[in-house]
Ligand binder design. Structure first.
Ligand SMILES: [Fe+2]
Ligand SMILES: [Fe+2]
Length: 145
């Protein structure tokens, strides 16, 4: 397990983008992949909100507020996808919409992380990484109804 909150979040981002790429291609999209991607997105966002956002809010209030609004847009995008058949014609445009939201968010979040790197020391990053993994675990029971 990685012990640095910033590295841990970056690794999740790579994994999330890769899964969204798969979900965009009909032959590779499956309800199982969607379920895993959805679970990872939910738990990742919750984990961030409970750790890095909470910790950096006082230093970067506006950035954190913007990021929270982006998380909510992503949640709305996921709610919409929940209503759509993977094999139907609406699937690809809807997953592309979600991907655009996620990419935009990850780009702005990477800037937030770079700023946070300047004031979080190693031990705090370690402690936040542990809390992040725990928070993600708490959310992993949240599955598609
Ligand atoms: Fe993130
Ligand atoms: Fe995020």
């Amino acid at each position: 397990m990685d012990q640095d909150i910033i590295e841990t979040i970056r690794q999740d981002h790579e994994q999330i983008l890769k899964m969204l790429d798969d979900l965009e291609v009909h032959d590779r999209a499956s309800s199982e992949t969607y379920s895993v991607a959805r679970g990872l997105l939910y738990s990742h966002m919750y984990g961030e909100e409970m750790t890095i956002y909470e910790r950096t809010r006082s230093e970067m209030y506006e950035r954190v507020e913007d990021s929270l609004a982006e998380h909510n847009s992503i949640r709305i995008g996921l709610d919409r996808l929940d209503q759509i058949e993977i094999t139907g014609t609406e699937w690809v445009p809807a997953i592309q919409d979600l991907k655009r939201l996620v990419r935009f968010h990850i780009d702005s979040e990477e800037r937030l992380l770079r700023a946070a790197e300047s004031f979080l020391d190693k031990s705090e990053r370690f402690e936040l990484a542990e809390r992040f993994q725990r928070a993600k675990g708490e959310q992993s029971g949240y599955t598609l109804a």
